[in-house]
Design a protein. Sequence first.
Length: 558
Amino acid sequence: MSNFNNLGLNDKLTQTAQKIGFEHPTEVQSKVIPVLLEHSTTDLIALAQTGTGKTAAFGFPLLQKVDPEEKHTQGLILAPTRELCLQITKEMQSYAQMTGINNIVAIYGGASIEQQAKSIRRGAQIVVATPGRMKDMIKRNLVKIDQLEYCILDEADEMLNMGFYEDITSILSHTPDDKDTWLFSATMPKEVARIAGKFMMDPIEITVGAKNEGTKNVTHEYYIVNRNDRFKALKRLVDANTNLTAIIFCRTKRDTQKIADQLVETGYSANAIHGDLSQQQRDLVMNSFRKKQIKLLVATDVAARGIDVDDITRVINYQLPDEIEVYTHRSGRTGRAGKSGKSLIILTKSELRKVRQLQKIIGQKFEESQLPSADFIIQQQLLKLVNQVREAQPDDKIDEYMPDIMENFKDEDKESLIKKFLAVEFNRFSQYYRTEGQMSKPDKSKGEKIKDHGNETRFFINVGEKDGLNWMKLKDYLKDELNEDKNGIQKVDVMGTFSFFNTPRELQDKVLQHFKHANFKGRKVEVEISKDKPKRKRKKIKREDNIKSSFKRRRKKR
Ligand code: AMP
């Protein structure tokens, strides 16, 4: 097994590794550190998952190469989120403790730009930044990177997923051509390859594990349920694991908040994290999750990026993400730092094809599992309670009241007394599972059909595939805009530059009113009632004809 002494690191850095408890380099560190140190100058692409020790893989070589005597910015690390930016800065500061590089500055949105500019003016040899804020500061001349020697793009695929392509290319255009660029990414989608092609020269490629592979420590299981049983399924998964710390992923901000609220209402320690919360609220939620005051964190993909909590036992996919690549990042939140983890997926029969795609991408088999039975959950919860009672340390104060308490129970024998104490906590579980918690068997014979409400209005909307939408994304957008649940938006058909959807007739005025003032990606959205009758069961080719002619009619009218 390799150790930090034979990677080419100087004494100060090997001693630091020892001091902070890094006994052996991780795979990405043993592969990347020697390569970066051997070459006085090189570009590099490293494909590695989150949680594999990437920060030290680029951090140690960077610290060895940067000149502590020079005060100008020599190294820039770009990362997708504020959380990740702060986390990298903290790690880098701890690695730099013996190097004399003592001003590593974090730059990110949601905090004072003046304060950050002040730290830069003091001389920041290394800057760790989110793309948006960095671009802003360059534009305002608050940071200079014209003498940059090393640029690291961390979680490049995440940055591009989040729409930072323009910001990154703009930042890179302010840097010298002869700098070294080191790109780290969990996956290699087209956009990452595009950045590499445009800004890197003959990069050395290093892959840790197989390309696009989920971490080996993570196993994947899925549960097929009926469309309306998702929440019940989630409760079963949570109740059956009495020692659970989990991130639950939803697709939209609205669902994220709704699921967290429903969990809290039914007695769980849960909270939500999503883009509608202020930075301060998000910090509060994250701190309580880190301190284990909350065990269930319900999150959107964007908000969960950069979450660095090592002992998450489960990732629960309440809904699968639209972009299959995103799943790798979700499941990478568990199974970190050498521990094993599980990624659980709740899905309907019609989503099974996505699982097949995921298996191919991740190169691992996903197991279909049965949800824990009510009996099993009841037994687990009872055992947990019995253990809690056995381990409880009674407060001395109770002694004062014991005579009265004993008087109260003088007619009870030991067995009935134990039963009654357990019942206080336990009854809500057994009652729930005997009544509303029961689940119907999923209908596996066919994909699920959307109910036909009959009394609906069909709308035309001027956004479509060209705007990056598919029916699922458009439905999520409409749900969020109109603050409606899935029953409010039906029969979404996405075409090239426009789409159609139905709502119950009573929502017609609300929809028309709302879309007088709505934007999509900065473009004014136009919504009008479609002249077509709400049809459903048409042959695909015919339907397209209808839509095309309806569009022609609409154009003629204008
Ligand atoms: P990263 O992928 O850089 O976010 O690292 C994930 C976690 O692993 C962090 O908490 C690091 O401090 C820790 N870590 C990184 N390298 C090592 C190592 N060689 N030995 C032990 N822990 C490490």
